[in-house]
Design a protein around this ligand. Structure first.
Ligand SMILES: Nc1ncnc2c1ncn2[C@@H]1O[C@H](COP(=O)(O)OP(=O)(O)OP(=O)(O)O)[C@@H](O)[C@H]1O
Length: 852
């Protein structure tokens, strides 16, 4: 009977393949032969000594639930745990709730127990115990099979998960896709709740979060942004340890957080209440690229043994490095595109204001940068001044900022020099400016618009610092400014800025050239005038004692640098004499610049004399040099000096004494080397007495006075002057007029000539136009009362020296019958050698018949 039972039981056990079949066997087959309340199988871990419920039916019964949960009730006076640990293959309890625990062995290894609980009133029978002993081998084998099959199944599942994970990870192209795979598959493979990936930054000194797959409860955590944004030091003890370790490391978060020098995220996760985290280095192609952090599910224990974590980590490393490579390629392409777009936008801009606006749009769009100012460095790199700025920025509207545009500031202010030496963005505290003992001018503009923290970066053309770009700083910019692109944009700005400045320089030079051209044009006018008067100089007429005295004074003072004051009525030849003085001076190759103080409105004389800067007064659109500068190294002729306004006399005096001038609206003084000749028809001494002319200026000008006599006081010159003008105007009008009649000449001599030589000149000019023959026989003088009948010399007529000589030689030749040489011949009578007479005759056009 016993054998039959054993045989039947074994027959039932052998085909069992699964936990369910085993449970069915225990709860129905076994119960046919053994009477017990309930039965289950516990598993046992040989290494750790842990045991756990393996094959069982859930129940509400407390004593069974206690077993299943691992809390054994005391059996007799022995604890069930002790009982289980004993070596007997079947243990039976005594007293209380009886049970039998049948040891399940695979070889020598204890793999678990089959536990049967009995009702209190039904103690375990010895034959039950024996029967169980008999079937223990088959139950052990079947259980070991189930475990093995399960293990195989688990491994197969793991392998397939790993395979699909590896397929999915291979296809991952970006961070979002990685998060999807992590959430979908990693979380199935391991008891993890959250994952975070770190990557090591370029340069290898810092690491930061690359991507995280976190649960919702911390998505809204206030410190999350900070945690994700922070850069961690690769030398922190935790990261160091992970990088040193060969595989993943399990950490108790509370214990880890208690260690010193831990990175911030450890505390962050401790505070969210998690117990364990597993961290593993991520390596791709033999290079450390970062780490992966698994946040273990609450209550779950993460057992590294037997997991595929290491393999999974290698796959994750590959995926991360692929994403990084992809992102780098994309970033570079994007950068290239953005750089291209930026350089296209700025390339053709030549206008500062337009460029300022374009920069504003692009800096905002690319990096979220606001309120930028670009300060260009001076050539010697010692000072800077703002040249380009965000026109919409608050500070741009500040009056102090407007002043800055044209102000040079030293770079050695502790901020600019630091920026210029740095390779990256320098962040600085603007408030330091406010409290510094000598705050720079721009600090007030910055303060008033609430700028507190700013950043600055050196703008370099190649390696040369050419400018500094400052902009408003906030912590978000740390992430919105990708350095490679930012550097590229800064280089573009450098190119654009240097082009702009070169362009400005060219424009400045063109304006300068334009100004010089203008100056040359003016000089040309003066030179022409001078040329015409120089010709006049050779034809200054005057044989009278009075004018000869003037000529003597001119030749005395001419070669010196003395100031000359020409006094005389209008038209007496003051300007002519001034030019003669200039022509006789060492300055003759430079300009004589004339300014007529009577011809200019009082308000313009100053600008005319000293020049003006652009915008110095309404209408001063361009910078203009004054006559003083134009006459530099030459002569300045101040005509009608008596008409100069008194207030300007002071300035003139200062210019004469200091030998330097200042342009209107200008700041710099300009050295000038000018010789001054002043002229007036006014009585300066009288004016001085009346307070209309400054005494100091008078004495400064009156160093070498020359009085030009009125024409009425040198009537002996009238004939020569009149003839001189006749020739000039007849030549000009193409008329053959060569002389004036004696009557006309007599009229002229009688006339008082209030307009002096100029009047004579005009009278002759008019007469030439009216005369038909060769001789002027009539003139029209303005005041007939002044004209009296002169004692006319019948045969006297005025003619040129040339005609006179010709006529005289002809008369002599007629007297000697044309004989030139020999005693009593024409040459003898004229007291010159015959050869000289012959050549004179030839020159004068005397016909051959008279030549001997
Ligand atoms: N000695 C001279 N010989 C020839 N021409 C002369 C002589 N003196 C004056 N003139 C001519 O007379 C005209 C008037 O001379 P100028 O302009 O020099 O006089 P001014 O004293 O400067 O006159 P104002 O006081 O009105 O400026 C000029 O055309 C000048 O060439």
């Amino acid at each position: 009977m016993q054998w039959d039972i054993l045989h039947s039981i074994n027959k039932e056990i052998v085909p069992i393949r699964s936990k369910e079949e085993m449970l069915l066997f225990i709860s129905s087959t076994l119960k046919k032969y053994i009477v017990f309340e309930s039965g289950f199988i516990l598993r046992h871990n040989q290494q750790t000594g842990h045991y756990w419920s393996y094959i069982f039916q859930k129940t509400e019964e407390q004593h069974i639930a206690g077993f299943l949960a691992g809390s054994f009730a005391a059996v007799g006076n022995r604890d069930a745990r002790q009982l289980l640990a004993e070596d007997d293959s079947v243990i039976t309890g005594t007293g209380g709730k009886d049970f039998i625990a049948l040891k399940l062995l695979e070889g020598d290894v204890l793999i678990g127990w089959l536990v049967l609980l009995f009702a209190e009133n039904r103690p375990v029978l010895p034959e039950t115990s024996r029967l169980l002993q008999e079937i223990s081998c088959s139950v052990s084998m079947t259980t070991a099979n189930i475990i093995a099959r399960e293990e195989i199944g688990r491994r197969e599942q793991e392998t397939s998960l790993l395979l699909s994970l590896s397929n999915d990870l291979a296809a991952v192209k970006n961070r979002q896709e990685l998060v999807k795979v992590v959430n979908g598959q990693i979380k199935q493979l391991f008891p993890v709740e959250e994952l975070g990936f770190f990557t090591i930054e370029e340069g290898g000194e810092a690491y930061r979060f690359f991507v995280i797959a976190i649960c919702e409860k911390i998505t809204d955590h206030p410190d999350l942004k900070k945690t994700l944004a922070e850069k961690f030091d690769v030398h922190d003890p935790l990261f160091n340890e992970i990088m040193q370790s060969k595989g993943p490391v399990v950490y108790d978060v509370a214990a880890l957080a208690a260690r010193s020098g831990m990175p911030y995220y450890v505390t962050f996760w401790r505070d969210t209440g998690i117990g364990q985290m597993v961290i593993s280095a991520l390596r791709a192609g033999g290079t450390d690229i970062g780490a992966v952090l698994f946040i273990v599910k609450k209550g779950a224990a993460f057992d590294l043994a037997g997991t595929l974590l290491q393999g999974v980590c290698s796959q994750l490393a590959l995926a991360v490095s692929n994403i990084v490579a992809n992102e780098t390629v994309r970033e570079r392409e994007l950068e290239k595109a953005k750089l291209l777009e930026f350089s296209n936008a700025v390339a053709s801009v030549r206008d500062k204001e337009v460029l300022g606006k374009i920069l504003r749009v692009h800096l905002k769009e690319l990096f979220d940068i606001d309120d930028y100012v670009i300060h260009a460095l001076s050539k010697d790199k010692k000072t800077h001044r703002p040249v380009l700025f965000d026109p919409a920025a608050d500070f741009a509207a500040h009056p102090d900022f407007a002043k800055l545009i044209d102000t040079d500031t030293g770079v050695q202010d502790g901020i600019f020099n630091t920026i210029l030496e740095a390779d990256d963005i320098v962040i600085f505290d603007v408030t330091k400016w406010f409290t510094s003992p000598a705050p720079p001018t721009y600090s007030r503009a910055a303060e008033s618009v609430g700028l507190r923290t700013m950043a600055g970066v050196a703008i370099r053309l190649g390696r040369e610092n050419i400018a500094v770009m400052n902009f408003r700083w906030n912590d978000n910019l740390a992430f919105s400014i990708p350095r490679p692109l930012f550097k590229g944009i800064c280089s573009q700005i450098a190119i654009t800025l240097s082009n702009l400045m070169a362009n400005e320089e060219v424009n400045r030079q063109l304006t300068e050239i334009g100004r010089y051209r203008e100056q040359l044009e003016e000089e040309k006018i003066y030179l022409k005038e001078e040329l015409s008067t120089t010709q006049n100089w050779s034809e200054i007429i005057g044989g009278s004692g009075a004018i000869q005295q003037v000529f003597r004074l001119v030749s005395q003072v001419g070669p010196t640098d003395s100031t000359v004051l020409l006094l005389g009525e209008t038209g007496t030849g003051k300007e002519l004499i001034a030019r003669a003085i200039h022509a006789a001076s060492p300055r003759k190759n430079k300009l004589m610049v004339k300014i007529n103080c009577a011809a200019l409105p009082a308000g313009l004389i100053e600008s005319e004399l000293f020049g003006h800067e652009r915008g110095s007064f309404t209408g001063a659109v361009e910078r203009r040099i004054g006559k003083f500068e134009l006459a530099d190294k030459g002569t300045l002729f101040l005509d009608e000096i008596g008409e100069m306004p008194v207030e300007l006399q002071v300035k003139l005096l200062r210019a004469l004494q200091e030998k330097e001038i200042e342009r209107l609206g200008g700041k710099a003084t300009i050295k000038v080397n000018v010789r001054v000749i002043a002229a007036t028809n006014r009585n300066l001494e009288k004016m001085m007495a009346e307070g209309k002319f400054r005494a100091d200026l008078y004495y400064r000008l009156n160093i070498f006075p020359i009085h030009l006599p009125p024409l009425r006081e040198r009537k002996e010159d009238i004939a020569a002057l009149a003839l001189h003008f006749v020739k000039r105007f007849s030549r000009k009008s193409g008329k053959p007029i060569t002389s004036l009649s004696g009557k006309v000449l007599a009229e002229m001599k009688k006339y008082s000539w209030p307009g002096n030589i100029r009047e004579l000149e005009h009278v002759v000019e008019r007469s030439v136009l009216l005369t038909l023959g060769q001789t002027i026989k009539d003139i029209h003088l303005s005041s007939p009362a002044n004209v009296a009948d002169p004692p006319v010399e019948a045969d006297f007529k005025i003619q040129s020296i040339f005609d006179n000589e010709k006529e005289y030689i002809l008369k002599v030749l007629q007297r000697v019958n044309g004989r030139i040489a020999g005693e009593g011949g024409a040459a003898d009578l004229l007291g010159i050698p015959p050869s000289t007479l012959s050549s004179r005759m030839k020159k004068l056009g005397i016909r051959r018949q008279f030549q001997g």
